[in-house]
Design a protein around this ligand. Sequence first.
Ligand SMILES: CC(C)(COP(=O)(O)OP(=O)(O)OC[C@H]1O[C@@H](n2cnc3c(N)ncnc32)[C@H](O)[C@@H]1OP(=O)(O)O)[C@@H](O)C(=O)NCCC(=O)NCCS
Length: 440
Amino acid sequence: MNTDFSRAPIDPQSTERLAAEGLRLGLVDTSDGTAFAAWLRAEARGFHGSHPADESLAEQLHGYADRRTTGVWDDRAADPASPVATASSWPAALTVPGGSSVTAWAISAVTVAPTHRRLGIARAMLEAELRTADGLGASVAMLTVSESTIYGRFGFAPAAMAADWRFDARRATWTGPAASGRVHFVSLEQLRDEGPPLVERVRLAVPGQMEFSGPLWTRLLGLFGEDKDAAKHLRAVRYDDRAGVAQGFAVYRVTESPMDFSAHTLDVKYLVAATDDASAGLWRFLLEVDLVSEVTAGMRSVDEAFVWQVSDFRAVSATQRDHLWTRILDVKTALEGRRYFRAGRTVLEVSDPLGFAATRVLLDVAEDGSASVSPFEGDVPDDAAAVALTVNELSALYLGGVSAVTLTRAGRIRELREDSSTTLDTTFHSPVAPWLSIWF
Ligand SMILES: CC(C)(COP(=O)(O)OP(=O)(O)OC[C@H]1O[C@@H](n2cnc3c(N)ncnc32)[C@H](O)[C@@H]1OP(=O)(O)O)[C@@H](O)C(=O)NCCC(=O)NCCS
């Protein structure tokens, strides 16, 4: 990826389209404190956040300075220096099945001022982001969304779901393995320094996880921006294995129940475990904290081992939703970037109204799970499966968490040869459920 992504030229097509409406699409120079602060205030307003305090603004000016920062300005507005729309983006490693990464274009901070909504500004910005990402060589774009109704039209689809878990701590007696190590309290500041190498160490084990640092990390500890007050209520524990090596940590908050002092709620804000032993040690600790009757853990994997480690299945429940949305831009690079779980050949006829991923290819998976993808014309070979799908379905399948059979039953994949969706399913399916542990 071009290292100067933040300064890559602004997309001419969207610039022209917005100029026809009297609007100016441009890049923010994040070293210009006044201009960047105006952008940050506009972004906060776009998400209905509070006015950023000076201290928080100063942190954000520093913390977000390395992102590509785009805005739209209306020179007829009462405050023409304040953008009427915002977006930011950066390249980030995205874990794909098989324990490797592809370069994905992370898009964030998409807002359009309520005074300028539904004029096509978001469309112009999103399409500009996709063309820019494609031009810079990102094979996939990705985002986490405020509403799941917005991004399908741009070729995105949910590729990693998330679950909000709830335990009845009085019923959920631990029956899993006894951990061999120990849990220690640590300070949030200590974790701020020690945490990232652990997070990065486990990142490749789960498709859908992304490389992150800076505010996306310190925010989890309540140590960044407007959320800073949150740190007052957070506790952190670290799990060290028998040899004394740190193998995981958890950050949590206990909220008092004023009416019943033995019915507090413990909310797990973030938990990382590099080993099954660490996972058992940390979850057991959290489930056994005194005075707690309910444990909640949001934005977790939909497939957690702890379900099988407590005495009562019905003491654990989950609400599931879409979380990480991906959008394939370069079919060959994206598909060759991951591993597959069944050798064989599949013809994929991919349609894409925006053009990036429109192609007909042969995906040829070798015995070791690696794949080659090549343009394909002519009749489907006798030994190959064949399907027609849009870039949305291909993007949903990409991380291996969505069933091709289900998408076919839903009428979203068309089999060009009988039973091809079963083949596609076993080829793409990941044994580890895709999961992204943060939002961005
Ligand atoms: C979502 C938001 C960015 C849309 O901006 P916008 O400039 O009004 O959107 P556009 O006019 O470009 O609309 C583009 C298309 O998306 C549709 N659309 C826009 N917002 C939508 C929404 N919230 N739900 C469903 N469809 C939406 C439009 O109808 C239009 O559809 P079409 O082109 O297929 O006819 C804006 O409403 C906003 O800032 N919302 C609050 C912040 C937010 O949620 N941002 C998204 C962060 S992930």
